[in-house]
Design a protein around this ligand. Structure first.
Ligand SMILES: [Zn+2]
Length: 217
């Protein structure tokens, strides 16, 4: 009896020590971050293969059916969020990412805390509107901007294929202008002055679509 009490006492002390380590030390907090990421991946693994809940055309499915399924999924997801609200974060990073569905901006860093301003456009192109939005993000405290492209980009294929260019001329033009728009953005006085003062960094990167590894370009 005494032995049992001793063991549970030791177990309890271990749990308390572990909790203190996780909550109050740098390495413990880092471990929490990784465990959170691992649990999200567990969730992806559990949902990924469920064909009955996706929008694949395995059976005749109409746009109305897709909308109904999406609404019912949102019903559950928003109810969960109502009970477990997320902490509001002030982003230090802004990213421009293509609208390609294979790219998940949460997965890029394994961070689900919405720590980033995200602009998603076809082909990661910028127009004057996005340039202004990024400048506003910088004014709101952003210190790092990632301007990304990615492998196997459908918008880039449109721009490099003559008959596709004819069908989607505006998209092709926007991809053609992408680099010039970046130069234009970097030259905006409010942006250029922050870069010169060392208060802002802008990285041009390429994302490997299959692994989501961020590579310099
Ligand atoms: Zn793309």
């Amino acid at each position: 009896m005494t032995r049992k009490v001793k063991i549970s006492g030791l177990g309890l002390a271990g749990v308390v020590l572990l909790a203190c380590w996780m909550l109050f030390t740098d390495s413990g907090r880092r471990m929490q971050f990784f465990i959170g990421g691992a649990m999200i991946n567990l969730g992806y693994g559990m949902q990924d293969h469920l064909a009955s809940y996706d929008f694949e055309h395995e059976h005749a499915i109409s746009p109305g059916d897709v909308w109904k399924e999406m609404q019912s999924q949102n019903e559950v997801a928003s109810a969960v969020r109502k009970w477990f609200p997320r902490t509001a974060r002030h982003p230090l990073v802004a990213m421009v990412v293509c609208m390609d569905a294979r790219l998940d901006t949460n997965e890029l860093t394994g961070d689900s805390r919405h720590y980033y301003y995200i602009i998603r456009t076809a082909g990661s192109v910028l127009s004057e509107r996005e340039e202004e939005m990024l400048e506003l993000a910088v004014a709101n405290g952003v210190e790092l901007i990632l301007l990304s492209t990615h492998s196997d980009c459908a918008a880039e294929k449109v721009a490099s294929t003559p008959d596709m260019r004819q069908r989607y001329p505006a998209l092709a033009r926007a991809v053609d202008e992408r680099e010039a728009r970046i130069k234009e953005f970097l030259a905006r006085p409010a942006v250029a002055s922050k870069i010169a003062a060392g208060a802002l960094d802008v990285k041009l990167v390429n994302i490997d679509t299959m692994t989501e590894k961020i590579l310099p370009r």
